[in-house]
Design a protein around this ligand. Structure first.
Ligand code: FES
Length: 147
């Protein structure tokens, strides 16, 4: 009788250990997969949201303002300043932070390390090694086409 209880106890403990082991393995694989996806966001994932050309109604980009868009899978910034529309990459050429339009400075500025660009993408100040990429801007009736 004692031997049967011992076997049953061992069986239950082994079963419980097996369930805990499988559960730990499944959770570990899941967390590992999530961690890898976070650490390696691929360009392919980003590109799936991009467009070859982007149409922006004038009403969305009034004088002195800017609008950020996704163009060909990458962040871009469209600025309306001095009666002209400019379209530039919004990815800083230093360490890839997303730049902002500063109406006060009339410049594109990077919030990370202070790079400053003019509306043609040229580096004015800061650590950025190269100018921002610029995109074609076409004006149509009530909108601009970027790209
Ligand atoms: S990432 Fe823009 S200045 Fe460093």
């Amino acid at each position: 009788m004692v031997r049967i209880k011992m076997v049953r106890r061992e069986f239950l403990l082994d079963t419980l250990n097996g369930i805990i082991g499988i559960w730990t393995l499944v959770v570990g694989i899941g967390l590992g997969f999530i961690g890898l996806r976070y650490l390696w966001p691929t360009g392919k994932t980003i590109a799936s949201t991009g467009e070859e050309k982007v149409r922006i109604p004038f009403s969305e980009i009034t004088e002195g303002n800017a609008k950020k868009i996704v163009l060909r899978g990458k962040a871009a910034i469209v600025v309306n300043s001095g009666g002209k529309i400019y379209a530039l990459s919004a990815i800083c050429t230093h360490l890839s932070c997303i730049v902002n339009w500063s109406e006060g400075q009339k410049r594109v500025v990077c919030p990370c390390h202070g790079a400053v660009f003019d509306l043609n993408g040229n580096v004015i100040a800061g650590p950025a090694p190269k100018p921002l990429i610029t995109y074609d801007v076409k004006l149509i009736e009530d909108a601009v086409i970027i790209g």
